[in-house]
Design a protein around this ligand. Structure first.
Ligand SMILES: C[S@@+](CC[C@H](N)C(=O)[O-])C[C@H]1O[C@@H](n2cnc3c(N)ncnc32)[C@H](O)[C@@H]1O
Length: 476
């Protein structure tokens, strides 16, 4: 079915024939219906494609649909390399992916932020187009042929696709995944039911997750983390509460991975949300922290701490940060959202003093330990919410000369932007994983007197729509 402008808006479940004309932020193809006013975002489609797609979400002025069949491939579409839900842009030639990402950063800044006069520097391409992730979070599901351990199907739904060779992980990481999943299968364990506890129609969840009827836990996730520079692997099994011979799980991994295995952890969580965070984590075997190196830094990463998921590209990202910070050696520098302190500790040898703020206490402890282990003086880290801690830090340490921010996808809240304006740094280096939140934040800072000088995208996530970029703002 195709729609003319007078026809009603599509309903959930409708199948449409759509021609894709561009790519939206977030990676979906964009098609327009009828007179062009009604937009359909189409997962699994790229510009030029003519597709048959089924609507799964519908709003007044737009809908979301999932490609069911490609009727006519767009002129640039290439054959996929991997049967993998996490790499939807693999059908776009890599050079084109880079152009689209640069264009989306520019478009966000110009159209959302109404900014101009800045220099858009050439995107830093990925060192490795495949097998670049140092952390994979697999989900368990109950398939028709038994337990599966893979990824969620794209565009919603509870279905889990099995995955044996994930082309985003290294061969070593995949071996760890295979060994862990096989052990769970051999034990006859089952996955938690993701729809369980939802009140029909409301989507509201009512139950807390307990063990299965046999007293054993239900499986939630398998988290495989790899020290890319050390060749070490950490495996964390995430389950509901229950009793399990977890020592045997660790023994199976140790037998299969030998010296490469660094640690095995077990998290039991009753949370209904699809997350690997929270719950009770115990160390079952080996070390709790994963050893890794980044640039000159010798790191130990806690399971709860954020670490850039592409180690090789994080080094190049930080090179841009170093360049934009342009330190001469006397400056007071703040690193907000400092994670395990890797930006602060990379900048420290070039600065007078460095202060980091991070929410997760374990990450702060990692940062402090890394400063000590690497004998880096003049760096202090604090656990706290930037919203409150930034004002306190200014009172305690004095105003920063240079301020680095690296917030989560939602960007900086109004309150944090106000605190930054009050702190009045000469230079702001903004590391962003979302140009659509970078743009309004940069616009607010420009409004308050800073000048957006330049922006450089860095391709940390090839074959996906995710865009990392670094922006430099200077007080005018
Ligand atoms: C994108 S990561 C950046 C980490 C670090 N800069 C790096 O390069 O690895 C964002 C970090 O912000 C932290 N975070 C999230 N909300 C926060 C808040 N309100 N205050 C302080 N830190 C927060 C997260 O725990 C995470 O470590």
């Amino acid at each position: 079915m195709s729609l003319a402008s007078t026809e009603p808006r599509p309903q959930r479940g409708d199948e449409l024939e759509l021609r894709i004309d561009s790519l939206a932020f977030g990676g979906e193809g964009v098609a327009r219906l009828g007179d062009g006013g009604y937009v359909v975002f189409v997962a699994g489609a790229i510009p030029g494609d003519l597709v048959r797609a089924v609507v799964h979400k519908r709003k007044r002025s737009y809908a979301h649909a999932r490609t069911v069949e490609i009727l006519e491939p767009g002129p640039e579409r290439i054959a996929p390399v991997a049967d993998h839900p996490g790499v939807p842009w693999q059908v776009i030639p890599y050079e084109r992916q880079l152009l689209v990402k640069s264009a989306q950063v520019e478009e966000a800044l110009r159209r959302i932020g109404h900014l101009d006069g800045f220099e858009l520097e050439e995107i830093v391409p990925a060192v490795q187009p495949w097998r670049y992730r140092n952390k994979l979070e697999y989900s368990f599901g109950n398939g028709p042929a038994g337990l599966v351990c893979g990824f969620h199907a794209p565009a919603g739904g509870n279905e889990v696709w099995p995955m044996s060779d994930c082309l985003l992980a290294s061969e070593l990481g995949n071996r760890a995944h295979e060994l862990g999943a096989r052990w769970c299968r051999e034990q006859g364990l089952t996955a938690w039911e993701r729809s369980r506890g939802r009140r029909p129609g409301s989507g509201e969840r009512t139950e807390v997750l307990g063990p299965g009827p046999d007293g054993r836990p239900r499986l939630r996730n398998l988290v495989v983390r790899e020290g890319r520079r050390t060749g070490k692997i950490q495996v964390r099994l995430v389950t509901t509460p229950g009793e399990l011979e977890i020592g045997e799980f660790a023994a199976a991994l140790a037998a299969g991975l030998g010296e490469s295995l660094s640690g095995v952890l077990w998290t039991r969580s009753e949370r209904l949300a699809e997350t690997t965070a929270g719950g009770e984590t115990e160390l079952v075997w080996g070390e709790g922290e994963l050893p890794e190196r980044l640039g000159e830094l010798d790191l130990r990463i806690s399971p709860e701490a954020f670490f850039q998921t592409n180690t090789e590209m994080a080094e190049l990202l930080y090179e841009v940060v170093v360049q934009y910070a342009a330190l001469e050696g006397w400056e007071r520098v703040y690193d907000l959202y400092s994670g395990i302190g890797t930006i602060a500790l990379t900048l420290a040898p070039r600065a007078g003093e460095l202060w980091g703020i991070e929410l997760i206490e374990e990450a702060v402890a990692d940062a402090i330990a890394t400063a000590r282990r690497n004998e880096i003086p003049g760096v202090q880290f604090f656990a706290g919410d930037t919203r409150l801690a930034l004002g306190e830090l200014v009172e305690r340490a004095g105003r920063p000369d240079v301020l680095v921010v690296d917030p989560p996808r939602a960007g900086l809240s109004q309150k944090v932007v106000r605190r930054i304006i009050e702190a009045s740094p000469k230079r702001i280096v903004y590391v962003s994983c979302n140009p659509t939140t970078l743009a309004p934040n940069a616009a607010q800072l420009v409004e308050a007197g800073w000048v957006l000088r330049k922006v450089r995208p860095v391709d940390m996530f090839p074959q996906t729509h995710h865009i990392e970029s670094v922006a430099l703002l200077e007080r005018g």
